[in-house]
Design a protein around this ligand. Structure first.
Ligand SMILES: Nc1ncnc2c1ncn2[C@@H]1O[C@H](COP(=O)(O)OP(=O)(O)O)[C@@H](O)[C@H]1O
Ligand SMILES: [Mg+2]
Length: 271
């Protein structure tokens, strides 16, 4: 359980987090927002690395944490690195070896036990970071961009791993990639400009853009009706089309909205 009220963080004159309020129970929460939204600042306040300028934080239970920049001494083996974290977490010695091997296996690093960290790929170090976060099976898991820099297969593995915590633990996962959260997270916390814009399900985000997304032939570019937001150029049935978000009728056809369309609609301040 994690509760936050009126949380604010200023770095000098820069307000990175402004009056954030959240109440997280058991479930998987995606913290979604563009770079600079304030995700890392919020997370660092939650785990106590940063001291907030104002507001309150209440956390029940132990918290496992993966920082956005996870690193560990390269001369250690993967096993030794986790043993160090186990020591810091105060895990009982008897169960330690078993827990470490279990964590390694859960992130797919069972063969890396004896390999030195400096010989691991970036994606593997990321996975080692997740292994230390889940070590000891904490009540809360807070992961700052766990899928950054991972290939599609590794992303899928992580999604499956995190899905195992559903309904059992409080999991907060930050990302700037909509695809990461839409199939995995029970709730999506949208952040931008240091504020929490909304907490919604993927379906609710999609609904926010339903009926407002148009596929417009490029030849009609000049005839677009203001106000509109150009989502992207895309190929539809082999033709180049403009994907447009707008509250007013556009010279094209309405198409079904995606979660990403809903996300963009919130970011553009139109909801
Ligand atoms: N140590 C710092 N000093 C000054 N500004 C910072 C510092 N850390 C982050 N910021 C600023 O705070 C804002 C939020 O940053 P951050 O929390 O890292 O966002 P995110 O994780 O969503 O990309 C950004 O504008 C960033 O430049
Ligand atoms: Mg960040």
């Amino acid at each position: 359980m994690i509760e936050v009220t009126a949380l604010t963080k200023r770095y000098g004159k820069k307000t990175a987090l402004s009056g954030a309020g959240l109440s997280l129970g058991k479930g998987i929460y995606g913290l979604l927002g563009p770079n600079g939204a304030g995700k890392t600042t919020l997370i660092r306040c939650l785990v106590g690395v940063l001291r907030p300028t104002g507001g309150t934080i209440t956390i029940q239970g132990e918290t496992g944490y993966l920082p956005q920049k996870f690193g560990v001494m390269g001369s250690l083996t993967a096993y030794e690195a986790l043993d160090l974290f186990a020591e810091l977490k105060g895990l009982p010695r008897e169960a330690r070896r078993e827990e470490i091997l279990d964590s390694l296996a859960r992130v797919g690093l069972e063969d890396a036990e004896k390999r030195r960290v400096k010989a691991l790929s970036g994606g593997m170090v990321r996975r080692l970071g997740v292994a230390q976060a889940i070590l000891g099976d904490p009540e809360n898991l807070i992961l700052d961009e766990p899928t950054a820099g991972l290939d599609p297969e590794e992303r899928l593995r992580f999604k499956n791993l995190f899905a195992q915590f559903r309904g059992r633990r409080t999991v907060l996962i930050s990302t700037h990639i909509v695809e990461d959260v839409e199939s995995l997270c029970d709730h999506i916390i949208l952040m931008n400009g240091g504020r929490i814009l909304t907490v919604a399900t993927a379906d609710e985000l999609r609904s926010a853009a339903q009926g407002k997304v148009y596929s417009v032939p490029v030849s009609e570019r000049e005839n677009l009706q203001k106000p509109f937001f150009l989502l992207r150029d895309e190929l539809a049935e082999g033709q180049e089309r403009l994907r447009v978000l707008s509250d007013v009728e556009q010279p094209g056809q309405r198409i079904p909205a995606t979660v990403e369309d809903g996300y963009m609609r919130y970011l553009k301040g139109a909801v």
